[in-house]
Write a protein that binds this ligand. Structure first.
Ligand SMILES: [Zn+2]
Ligand SMILES: [Zn+2]
Length: 307
């Protein structure tokens, strides 16, 4: 098994070199066995910077997860971020500049330089060191299935159970099936209620004032994510409602009062893959980063690429 995976990883890396030769990622690998260099698009400036992969990952983990989290959770985050980034060498996700990744959290992954982080958190030198260490001790480690890198999606807080990718995005991966998550109850995003005036609610969702709101027909997944919601012929997806009302997640319930609608959401983010607060909770219970990754991504194999 190990040898087979090793062969396939070698194939993957060979394919990477072929792609590099095809100029798609020409500048990303300077030498066959050296650490990849990542081209990062700084969205606000429209400029592209080149960074060694592992240095880039320090900035991603600093921006994506509180450094106060358990060290094992930070390591799990580092492995996810590395896997995501290496995947972008094979399939760059459509930037208008020659870059594999950007720093837009809604498109790729968040990123901050350690220097910028320290400017806003001058007391937190320990945080940079801790994150740097989490990246260093997992150097080269990636998540694979059948020898290929997975799409290691992650989110802040699932709210008790993660979601199937099929339910959220309409495509299935065996490793992105929903799993119980009993460790994110301390998350500040676990449950929130937003009160919106009836008038504003109608306006934001484009609902006519004649439609009686309590007649809403809601279809949700077994894990609570709203898939569809309809008032008569007015049909919306849970995702559209989430966007229109700027909700932290599409796991929501509506309670209609006389003048306001109470929108209660559970969790934050799409709910698929690794739950960051859950990962921290698992780590606090003594699980290591490998056990955490195996919990949220079923059937995976961790593999260390050497460079
Ligand atoms: Zn991007
Ligand atoms: Zn969770």
């Amino acid at each position: 098994m190990y040898n087979r995976l090793r062969r396939r990883i070698t194939l993957v890396l060979t394919a990477l070199l072929v792609l590099a030769a095809a100029a798609l990622v020409a500048e990303t690998l300077r030498k066959a066995d050296s650490e990849p260099v990542i081209r990062l698009l700084i969205s606000a400036e429209g400029s592209v910077v080149e960074l060694p992969l592992e240095e880039y990952l320090v900035g991603v983990v600093l921006a994506e997860m509180p450094a106060s989290f358990n060290f094992e959770a930070l390591k799990a985050q580092a492995v996810c971020a590395r896997t995501y980034t290496l995947n972008r060498l094979f399939s760059p996700s459509g930037h208008n500049q020659p870059a594999e990744v950007c720093d837009d959290i809604n498109h790729c992954q968040a990123y901050t330089t350690p220097a910028a982080y320290l400017e806003s958190h001058p007391e937190n030198e320990w945080a940079v060191q801790k994150v740097r260490q989490a990246v260093a001790v997992t150097r080269g480690e990636v998540i694979t299935v059948d020898g290929e890198l997975i799409e290691p999606v992650y989110h802040s807080t699932c709210g008790g159970h993660t979601e199937d990718s099929q339910a959220v995005w309409g495509y299935e991966h065996d490793y992105l099936q929903g799993v119980p998550c009993l460790w994110d109850g301390d998350s500040p995003h676990y449950r929130k209620t937003l009160n919106i005036s009836i008038e504003e609610f109608r306006r934001l969702l484009g609902l006519d004032s004649k439609i009686p709101l309590p007649t809403a027909r809601v279809e949700s997944t077994a894990n609570g994510t709203v898939e569809k919601i309809a008032w008569g012929d007015n049909k919306l997806t849970g995702y559209q409602v989430r966007r229109a009302l700027n909700l932290p997640s599409a796991k929501f319930t509506l309670t209609f009062g006389e003048e306001t609608v109470a929108v209660t959401t559970v969790g934050s983010g799409h709910g698929v893959g690794l739950c960051q607060y859950g990962a921290n909770g698992l780590a606090e219970e003594g699980k290591d980063y490998r056990q955490i990754l195996h919990h949220y991504y079923r059937g995976i194999t961790l593999y260390r690429v050497s460079y």
